[in-house]
Design a protein around this ligand. Structure first.
Ligand code: FAD
Length: 423
């Protein structure tokens, strides 16, 4: 069988390896000049390959249609991808949060291993080939058309096509959403495309505040996104948070975005300023303990001015904003700060609040939420329910996971299943 794979990301590469091992003649068409451009930037260039959690726990880490992946996660697990990489010279290690990385800390090594395996299995790779049409006859695949680097149009016969063009984020890596258009033309539904695992923008009134702390990364803070309309917590986490010129980013914020985008009536809540980020800057100390700590500090610094008294308590970039928000006169001597003022200061440190305006654009998202409707894909085979011999793999499908290696595992597992032959 002639198998044509559109897109040479991790999903397309695993699909290619699998289809070739099944005895097919396989071609990968990739529009960029190399395979796996996005893979190279994963994990800040270190590639968080997968998670070391038991595969049964993966679905819990896929807020976007996780159940659809039940069968594929069983068929190709984290152990399978690590075995394949090990066989091709990539040793791996497990870090905090069950995250698996190459020992070398180089995503390039992961990519090289996959390319080595593709070559071993004689998969033909055509780069700089942008596919623009999947041709069908009687709802069955017959060929694909692509434009090569010299702008020539070529038609390639295909008995089976695996569409693995990824999502829409980080378009410079090649993932520009072409696959959505091709799938749509063939009758597929594309669900709402949204950025996920994406930084959050603050509202105008807090912009100067965030800008003034730009670059400040807080390692161990508590954070909550709260719906002010009903005082309910939308998302709560503990860990790292980063201030930027537009608002906030960092692991806790990225994870929170996956919840926020699914929250009922979120557009209206954001528009009306009803979503607050509350940061507990000292989560290890409750109000009483922090009060005692501040009292001790103030005792030590009693003859200093308030503006010079917080150096031991807070990171440098936070001091000015906290002083400003506290409404205590910065030039007031510490020993004249009242109990009420001190308690309000502590409340501020435990409850540092920023109003959220919305998401950064999809171009800056780690992952795309939305895509080819899962109702139109057979979850056991990844075959389209609309077009015979059309398969889907990876981020193009309407599934999305948290950070931690789960998104790449989705690419491998769906790629593997899409590449298999089914009678
Ligand atoms: C900054 C960043 C960091 C990330 N870090 C991690 C991480 O550490 N761990 C993790 O699990 N996930 C991570 N992810 C998510 C992960 O990269 C994706 O889930 C994964 O790459 C999806 O694989 P894919 O093969 O489906 O799509 P992609 O990797 O997007 O590959 C799709 C390919 O299709 C090609 N293509 C598109 N259109 C056409 C066309 N018309 N013709 C031919 N080719 C085409 C593209 O050029 C691209 O090479 C990260 C994402 C980003 C943006």
């Amino acid at each position: 069988m002639e198998v044509v794979i559109i897109g040479g990301g991790p999903a397309g590469m695993i699909a290619g390896i699998t289809a070739a091992k099944e005895g097919n003649k396989v071609t990968i068409l990739e529009k960029m000049n190399t395979l796996g451009r996005k893979l190279l930037i994963t994990g800040k260039g270190r590639c968080n390959i997968t998670s070391s959690l038991d595969i049964s726990e993966f679905i819990n880490n896929v807020p976007g249609n996780g159940k659809f992946l039940y069968s594929v996660f069983q068929k190709y697990t984290n152990k399978d991808i690590l075995k394949l990489l090990n066989e091709n010279g990539v040793a791996t290690k497990v870090e905090r949060g069950n995250r698996v990385f190459p020992v070398s800390d180089k995503s390039q090594d992961v990519l090289n291993a996959l390319i080595k395996e593709l070559n071993k299995n004689k998969v033909k790779i055509i780069t700089k080939a942008r596919v623009y049409e999947i041709c069908t006859e009687n709802r069955k695949i017959v060929s694909v058309k692509y434009i090569d680097e010299c702008n020539n149009e070529t038609k390639l016969r295909a008995d089976k096509v695996i569409l693995a063009t990824g999502g829409k984020s980080y378009p410079l890596t090649g993932s520009t959403g072409d696959g959505y258009e091709m799938a749509k033309k063939l009758g597929h539904t594309i669900t709402k495309i949204m950025p996920s695992l994406v930084p959050l923008e603050c509202r105008n009134e807090d912009l100067e505040l965030c800008k003034s702390m730009q670059g400040l990364s807080l390692k161990n803070v508590g954070m909550k996104l709260v719906n002010l309309q009903n005082s309910k917590i939308i998302y709560e986490d503990f860990g790292e948070l980063l201030f930027t010129h537009f608002g906030v980013s960092g692991p806790t914020i990225l994870s929170s975005s996956a919840h926020l985008l699914r929250y009922k009536n979120i557009d209206n809540l954001l528009k009306s300023g009803q979503v607050k980020l509350q940061i507990d800057l000292k989560p290890a100390l409750d109000f009483e303990k922090l009060n005692a700590r501040v009292l001790r500090d103030f005792e030590k610094e009693k003859n200093k001015l308030f503006k010079n008294s917080l150096d031991e308590l807070l990171p440098k970039k936070l001091i000015k904003p906290i002083i400003k928000l506290s409404k205590i006169n910065p030039d007031k001597q510490v020993n004249s700060i009242t109990k009420k003022e001190r308690e309000e200061l502590i409340e501020l440190i435990k409850n540092f609040t920023i109003t959220i305006a919305g998401f950064r654009p999809i171009e800056e998202a780690i992952i795309t939420s939305g895509g080819v409707d899962i109702k139109e894909i057979n979850p056991k085979t990844m075959e389209s329910k609309i077009i015979k011999n059309l398969y889907f793999a990876g981020e193009i499908i309407d599934v999305d996971a948290y950070t931690g290696g789960f998104n790449l595992q989705i690419a491998y597992s769906t790629g593997y299943v899409a590449g298999k032959l089914y009678e």
